[in-house]
Design a protein around this ligand. Structure first.
Ligand SMILES: [Zn+2]
Length: 61
């Protein structure tokens, strides 16, 4: 099965990166930016609505 990687961006440090949804928590869970250590809800790191939708679909939300 093809895995879609999603674009993440941290609004605290402006760092952007790609991630595999399989290695990310659910959108409403806390996630800590690996670049600056800021913790926000996972959903807030999704760069676009499409990225958020892929993340939600992966977690069955
Ligand atoms: Zn950051």
């Amino acid at each position: 099965m093809q895995q879609a990687w999603i674009q993440l961006q941290c609004s605290a440090c402006d760092e952007g990166w790609e991630a595999n949804p399989a290695q990310l928590p659910e959108p409403k869970r806390d996630f800590t930016c690996k670049h600056c250590g800021t913790t926000r809800r996972m959903a807030e790191f999704a760069q676009t609505q499409t990225d958020l939708r892929i993340l939600k679909e992966f977690h069955g939300a």
